[in-house]
Write a protein that binds this ligand. Structure first.
Ligand code: BDR
Ligand code: CA
Length: 310
């Protein structure tokens, strides 16, 4: 069983990732840490609590972290996720309380208390919280087993500028710190997530599970896919963040390779670009396993089956 912390900015696809994780016996979710991203922190923290409540998991603590990127103004994505971050379903004020401890302190304490190489950090939003852990406790981040993150893109380009993906673009300095931290990283870029499409048939199969969690998720995906569908002209939109969780459960459905990844933090034109040395044209150190391919039917088979367990 893998011990994980989910750092997230829900977001419908973040919600999908949390639901997948909390229904998977392979994973022990120690806590959920919220970060500002798709919507401001107050809403991402509320949304994380709301999702754990829908999943019937009040035992999973939720912590609030950074409310702004390290050195920049927050850029949000209401145009994708709606004003609440979880548009598409009836929202309510969750009774599941927010923990008092700061998310960064929770991550540091958990890494310190667990055996070395035990805790996997899953990052589904801008990397501000994780970069703050690196800066505040440089000796502690190395105790993590791995960081698995959704972010970046290479052949696929960007989704917020022509060259940058949202999570990296929002806090490129934080991303540069995390990629330079010396911890093993697995990266799910847009090149993978754009292959995981919420087609109408898949969303209907999910809804046909008949339980509350599956219905709520199907309604969220109906809202979420509308934006990307129009944008990309595909049947359904990409389901980005759950790829991180699926990797931990069934890595065989993915393919990729170890490469060097550097983050652009200076150029205005390409700010937040992930410069991935896929063809090994430099001798920079390999600092990430970059995933490029996925069997999307196998992914949705897992996703739909797991949400059916609620
Ligand atoms: C990423 O940005 C957010 O809008 C999604 O939740 C995902 O984490 C995709 O670029
Ligand atoms: Ca996200």
């Amino acid at each position: 069983r893998r011990t994980i912390i989910i750092d997230t900015d829900p977001g419908q696809d973040d919600a999908a990732a949390i639901m997948l994780a909390l229904s998977s016996p392979e994973l022990d979710v120690r806590g959920i840490t919220a970060v500002a991203g798709n919507v401001p922190l107050e809403l991402t923290a509320r949304n994380a609590r709301l999702i754990t409540e829908i999943c019937g998991r009040p035992d999973v603590p939720v912590f609030a972290g950074a409310d702004a990127p390290l050195r920049r103004k927050l850029v949000t994505a209401e145009y994708v996720h709606g004003k609440s971050g979880l548009d598409g379903v009836d929202l309510f004020e969750p009774s599941h309380p927010l923990q008092e401890r700061h998310a960064v302190d929770f991550i540091i304490d958990t890494l310190r208390d667990a055996p070395e190489g035990n805790v996997t950090l899953c990052a589904l939003g801008p990397l501000t919280n994780l970069a703050t852990v690196v800066e505040r406790a440089p000796g502690v981040i190395g105790r993590a087993r791995e960081i698995v993150l959704m972010g970046g893109g290479f052949f696929e380009g960007g989704n917020v500028t022509p060259s940058a993906e949202f999570n990296i673009y929002v806090d490129p300095e934080a991303a540069a710190i995390v990629f330079g931290a010396g911890v093993p990283i697995t990266m799910m870029p847009l090149d993978v997530t754009h292959k995981v499409l919420t087609t109408r048939a898949r969303v209907e199969r999910l809804r046909a599970n008949g339980n509350r969690a599956s219905k709520v998720m199907a309604d969220m995906l109906d809202f979420f896919e509308r934006f990307d569908e129009q944008k990309y002209g595909t049947d359904g939109g990409p389901l980005h963040d759950p790829t991180v969780i699926a990797w931990l459960i069934d890595p065989e459905m993915f393919s990729g390779r170890k490469c060097n990844v550097e983050i652009e933090t200076v150029s205005e034109l390409t700010l937040g670009a992930t410069v991935i040395d896929w063809w090994k044209v430099t001798d920079r150190p390999e600092n990430a396993f970059v995933v490029g391919g996925v069997d999307s039917d196998r992914f949705f088979g897992l996703f739909i089956e797991r949400l059916g367990r609620y």
